[in-house]
Design a protein around this ligand. Structure first.
Ligand SMILES: Cc1ncc(COP(=O)(O)O)c(C=O)c1O
Length: 259
């Protein structure tokens, strides 16, 4: 785990340690997700006899993106079954999810990919603003390239060096997207939006106030995109709340102290 993320996701680290894991800090580059993924792949290829590569997002070399998308597809299976039960149809107007590497989004979209009436909306992190130089909005800033063993869109300089991303949320702070999302973007099947750090924070506080749910900062980006979309009263829109905000309480507390 990136050294910076160990700090900003301290409750997750404590939880992993309590459950018996050894958490090794990745100290290279920006000390975040990209660098942790580099180190994990490096360790795996140096110890192929006794090491498994276990990745939590739809990134890395084939077949990992495909495997993770299939595991996560339980999300859209469950969405279909809950919608059938609650509104009498399995198909919503739109499904919305945040995209770091893209695993919760892949799972949310999976069983709707071949349902053209369902709008697929992915939300990336715009950080301090898409063109601020501190952003992780890969589809808006990236070009085709290879990162962590798969071809996708990658934030990179003219000579192919990866550009350091920025997002307030550790999980969206990644300069690429999984290849499935690159395809959704390139074919136009998915609509790609972005939300800034500030918009995500506002969405978190709004959800907490209105629904009593404190979302993860990553998920808050998906919520924030609602303000950019137009729906009518009876549209059924599903947003994936990919995680709880417990791990982000320190960021939320800092924000509260500013108010
Ligand atoms: C709660 C939460 N949501 C979303 C993400 C983003 O990852 P992905 O794009 O693979 O779903 C993360 C990553 O750590 C996360 O912790």
């Amino acid at each position: 785990m990136g050294e910076k993320d160990i700090e900003r996701q301290a409750p997750n680290v404590a939880r992993m340690k309590m459950l018996g894991a050894t958490v090794v800090p990745a100290t290279s580059g920006s000390k975040t997700l990209k660098d942790a993924t580099n180190e994990a792949i490096r360790d795996w290829i140096n110890h192929p006899q006794d090491t498994f590569y276990i990745i939590g997002s739809v990134v890395g070399p084939h077949p990992y993106p495909d495997m993770v998308a299939r595991f996560q597809s339980v999300i859209s299976k469950e969405i279909r079954s809950q919608l059938q039960e609650k509104i009498g149809t399995e198909l919503p107007k739109a499904v919305i999810a945040c995209v770091g590497g893209g695993s919760n989004a892949a799972g949310t979209f999976y069983h709707f990919l071949d349902e053209p009436s369902v709008e697929i909306i992915a939300v990336e992190a715009a950080g301090c603003g898409v063109h601020s130089g501190m952003s992780a909005a890969t589809t808006q800033l990236g070009k085709p390239g290879i990162l962590h063993g798969s071809k996708s869109y990658v934030m990179q300089t003219a000579d192919g060096q990866v550009v350091e991303p920025h997002s307030i949320s550790a999980g969206l702070d990644y300069p690429g997207i999984g290849p499935m999302h690159a395809n959704l973007f390139a074919t136009g099947r998915g609509q790609f939006l972005s939300a800034t750090d500030k918009e995500a924070l506002e969405a978190s506080f709004e959800l907490a106030k209105l629904e009593g749910i404190i979302p993860a900062l990553e998920s808050a980006h998906a919520l924030a995109a609602l303000k950019q979309l137009k729906f009518v009263k009876d549209d059924n829109v599903v947003i994936c709340l990919s995680g709880r905000g417990d791990k982000d309480m320190e960021t939320y507390m800092n924000e509260l102290n500013k108010k």
